[in-house]
Design a protein around this ligand. Structure first.
Ligand code: SF4
Length: 885
């Protein structure tokens, strides 16, 4: 017997439906929900591994005040008292909330209501500021509202899909799978990928435009001009439904007047640009999907508007199979935008700068106050903490000490802030260490509420586990503080459904079809209706009770004139120039199997097996110029910080720029937090930071020794100058290096690995002259730990040794081979995991490709099952086939 609960994946903005089957022993089996219209049963590697991440390890279970466990009452009273005191002395703008796209809509709504309507400040901002606020700003400029016009089904109905600044194969894998399948079903469909890197997404690209970093707006403005010259203007739509064309075109023509000019400025082949322009020009059904590669720039808003302009000019918006389509990063980034989680918005897509809207929200909430002006955006907010203007901050479900630009400054600010409250499900993050008060929050599987995905689809997240310890829902925590601040009546919710209904009612309150966000069709839901709510796309009104798949089909927009606006996009370049000292540009982004700061995905062995260490990807020519070898360590630095990562030389990286993933932080590596290198430079409209083009330098990190360490126990590595740790099955894996050779390796290794253990079987090998040391600790005939040290980074493969930890008993043939690091006899090491679902390693794949002469990923799948579940690794398998053959 088991119970089955329909819920939603907590990771990316695709918002896949998930089935959680809980058995009588509490075991949880995860699968994709075949009925969910966003994924139809598909899940990517991260979603499929959700069951691996439900352990209690590392959870924050009880409230803490100044490091001591306290009752909820004490903790909540302290939060309310300190906020009240600080507000009394320094005013409402001396406090702030920093929230997250991980929150559910109900949590978000209550946090926003408390700050804007009752504290009376707009100092609430969200980590979504970092990933998609440029889209919000651009859509508001062009449409008068933050409206994503498209649906996922438009990806299947399009004839041309442009993926700009989006590695969908890794970052929105189920959408990538949907596009791939649509392309298989419709051989006429063309996919163009615009990305400086040759990413896994290029696996389905008919055309890859390896554009010069930061020049996408030139390419799209060039397209705008090309469309004009090709007479592709949709006269009816442009004349009746838009404004501002001439000014926008004039500016575009001033620097992107011809295909040749564009190709030169974007470092692209003239013929390739022309092909792309011709394709766009002659294809009616075009979707331009874009993501952080477009948004995360100091001119991100303009970059988005350059895309929207082309769709407006051709009238390709609001109809099936076409439109500009932002893929959101987080599971509820869209929900946060709807409730006004950004400091420059009011709830339900109302505008802070609009007096009518302010009065309306105040009246609806029965609020004593309403924020009169914009609050501080994420980067400004932490600057204000640093300068002492903000004296109390409450951080919910996010890790700004890792993810904000110049995160050393963020840590400094939090360290000196008078009062820091952190609500989180994890006890130890880079941010929780600065908290005066820690509040244990429920996490995925325990929480109940709704999220909205990239296609405006609201889906229920449902609980299927009981809350551990004293963890509580975020909406409950916020409401309890609000009650203690004197607002019991306005925050007397007993269920998330109460909040949702209020929020639905507000969306329709005096709306009169003047605001895009309207879910008033859901305002009278009963508790049972809410429990059973099916995924639905807003607007959801009396007239459209089942939701709306696309908007703007009627050519009416939410600007004053009801017309869409062309936006003149000036030429821009990255905020900082490279120099002799910092000659390369740093680009950052996600990897396939990790999510954000790894607090959840870092628990999964199979997700940690794909890429287990922070790395820097660099073009062979740049590597040569910097004297870097593949697989060695490199130091990447600028005036703000330095980090250390493993070198991966690849011609998929463009010359002149390097790529480093965003995920690693102090919990998983001692010197790999890439956002410590990012300057706090933001887009003037959206406040989104420029994460994609930071000037840096790179050089080899030449340590005195290198090594790795595998241990069943988590370790504290004080003697390593560099370490990065990851999960393996039954063990922790550490890659290490050091600046100083210990006087006695044996003593050092024993101190580290043999603590608390009396009956230790210790086997070791030491070549003093060569500085090679290897040791293994065996207990009750089980491998407990091993360490391999050498003078350089060429050390034995780890995968066979990793497998030894899966067993509770060492085979004698394996025992004698441990210190060689190689499997005995003919046994082969399976290599680094490529397919996380079926744990198929690189060596297994290359051997099969060679011996069986496999030439397609499908053939590999038939033989080894690799790539046949979620499909996330298929592009990598294709790449391995290419390289192997
Ligand atoms: S694509 Fe993957 S990470 Fe994104 S929502 Fe779906 S299963 Fe989750």
């Amino acid at each position: 017997m088991f119970s089955e609960v329909k819920t939603t994946c907590p990771y990316c903005g695709v918002g896949c439906g998930v089935l959680a089957q809980v058995d009588e022993e509490g075991g949880v089996a995860i699968s994709g929900d075949p009925d969910h219209p966003s994924n139809f049963g598909r899940l990517c590697s991260k979603g499929a591994a959700l069951g691996d991440t439900l352990s209690m390890e590392g959870r924050l279970l009880y409230p803490e005040v100044e490091g001591n466990t306290q009752s909820w009452d004490t903790a909540l009273n302290t939060v309310a008292y300190r906020f009240q005191e600080i507000i009394k002395e320094h005013g409402a703008d001396s406090v702030a909330f920093y929230v997250s796209g991980q929150l559910l809509t109900e949590d978000y709504y209550v946090a926003n209501k408390l700050m804007k309507g009752f504290i009376g400040s707009a100092n609430i901002d969200t980590n979504s500021r970092l990933c998609m606020s440029s889209v919000v700003a651009a859509q508001k400029k062009a449409f008068g509202s933050d409206t994503v016009p498209c649906s996922y089904e438009d990806l299947e109905r399009a004839k041309l899909i442009i993926l700009a600044g989006s590695n969908a194969a890794w970052c929105h894998p189920v959408l990538f799978q949907r596009i791939k399948k649509a392309k298989q079903d419709n051989p006429d469909m063309v996919v163009v990928v615009i990305d400086p890197r040759r990413t896994a997404t290029c696996d389905i690209a008919d055309i890859h435009l390896p554009i010069k970093l930061g020049t996408d707006h030139i390419l799209f403005n060039g397209l705008f001009v090309y469309l004009k010259n090709a007479n592709e203007k949709n006269e009816l739509f442009v004349n009746n439904c838009t404004e501002g064309l001439d000014a926008a075109l004039r500016i575009a023509e001033s620097y992107a007047s011809s295909v040749e000019t564009v190709a030169e400025l974007c470092d692209l082949n003239v013929a390739a640009v022309e092909d792309f322009y011709r394709l766009f020009s002659r294809t009616e059904r075009v979707v331009t999907a874009y993501s952080q590669g477009i948004n995360q720039w100091s001119y991100g808003t303009d970059r988005v508007n350059s895309i929207i302009n082309c769709h407006l000019y051709t009238g390709r918006i609001g109809r099936a199979g076409m439109g500009p389509f932002s893929f959101t990063g987080q599971p509820n980034a869209m929900g946060g935008r709807e409730v006004g989680g950004l400091s420059n918005q009011l709830a339900s897509h109302m505008a802070l700068e609009n007096e009518l809207h302010r009065n309306l929200v105040k009246e609806f909430w029965h609020a004593p106050l309403i924020a009169e002006k914009e609050g501080l955006k994420a980067v400004e907010l932490f600057d204000a903490i640093d300068s002492g203007k903000i004296k109390a901050v409450w951080i919910m479900a996010t890790n700004p000490a890792v993810t904000l630009p110049d995160n050393k400054k963020v840590k400094r600010a939090l360290d000196k802030c008078d009062f820091v409250v952190v609500s989180d499900c994890m006890r130890n993050t880079d941010t929780t260490r600065y908290a005066n008060i820690l509040l244990p929050a429920q996490t995925w599987g325990e929480r109940d509420g709704t999220v909205t995905n990239s296609e405006r689809r609201i889906t229920r997240q449902r609980a299927f586990l009981s809350s551990p310890g004293e963890a509580k829902a975020d909406w409950w925590i916020i409401s309890e503080v609000a009650k203690r601040l004197g607002y019991a009546e306005q925050f007397s919710y007993t269920e998330p459904a109460d909040i949702f209904k209020e929020y639905a009612q507000l969306s329709g309150y005096k709306n009169n079809a003047e605001r895009d966000f309207d879910i008033s069709g859901l305002q009278n839901l009963s508790y049972t209706d809410y429990d059973e709510l099916k995924p639905m796309q807003w607007p959801i009104t009396k007239e459209n009770p089942n939701g709306t798949s696309r908007l703007f089909g009627d050519g009416v927009f939410y600007t004053k004139s009801k017309k869409a606006q062309f936006i003149a996009v000036k030429n821009h370049k990255p905020a900082l120039d490279t120099s002799n000292e910092f000659p390369l540009r740093l680009n950052t982004g996600r990897i396939r199997d990790q999510w954000h700061t790894m607090t959840r995905t870092g628990k999964s062995e199979r997700l940690s097996g794909h890429i287990y260490e922070p790395y820097v990807e660099i073009h062979p020519v740049d590597a040569k110029q910097s004297s870097l070898q593949d697989n060695e360590l490199a130091e990447v630095s600028n005036s703000l910080a330095e980090i250390i990562c493993r070198v991966k030389i690849s011609d998929s990286q463009q010359q002149g720029s390097i790529f480093i993933p965003m995920h690693w932080n102090d919990q998983f590596a001692n010197l790999a937090s890439v956002d410590s290198l990012i300057q706090s430079i933001v887009d003037p409209y959206s406040g989104q930071p420029e994460y994609k083009a930071t000037p840096i330098k790179i050089k080899p990190y030449r340590a005195q020794w290198y090594g790795f360490l595998l241990s069943r126990r988590k370790l504290n590595l004080v003697n390593a100058s560099y370490w990065a740790c990851s999960r393996g099955q039954g063990l922790w894996r550490y890659e290490i290096a050091g600046d100083q050779i210990p006087k006695d390796w044996a003593e050092c290794a024993r101190n580290l690995l043999c603590q608390h253990s009396e009956k230790v079987e210790w086997t070791e090998y030491h070549d003093v002259a060569e500085n090679r040391y290897r040791a293994a600790r065996i207990e009750n005939n089980r491998l407990e730990s091993c360490i391999f040290i050498g003078p350089d980074f060429t050390l034995p493969e780890r995968d066979w040794l990793l497998n030894l930890f899966k067993d509770n008993k060492l085979a004698s043939k394996d025992r004698i081979s441990i210190l060689s690091g190689k499997p005995p006899g003919e046994v082969k090491d399976s290599g680094r995991i490529v397919c996380a679902c079926f744990t198929v390693g690189l060596n297994t794949l290359t051997d099969a490709i060679k011996s069986k002469k496999l030439i397609t990923a499908e053939q590999v799948g038939q033989l080894l099952r690799a790539g046949t579940n979620c499909g996330s690794c298929v592009p990598e398998i294709s790449e391995i086939i290419k390289k192997t053959l």
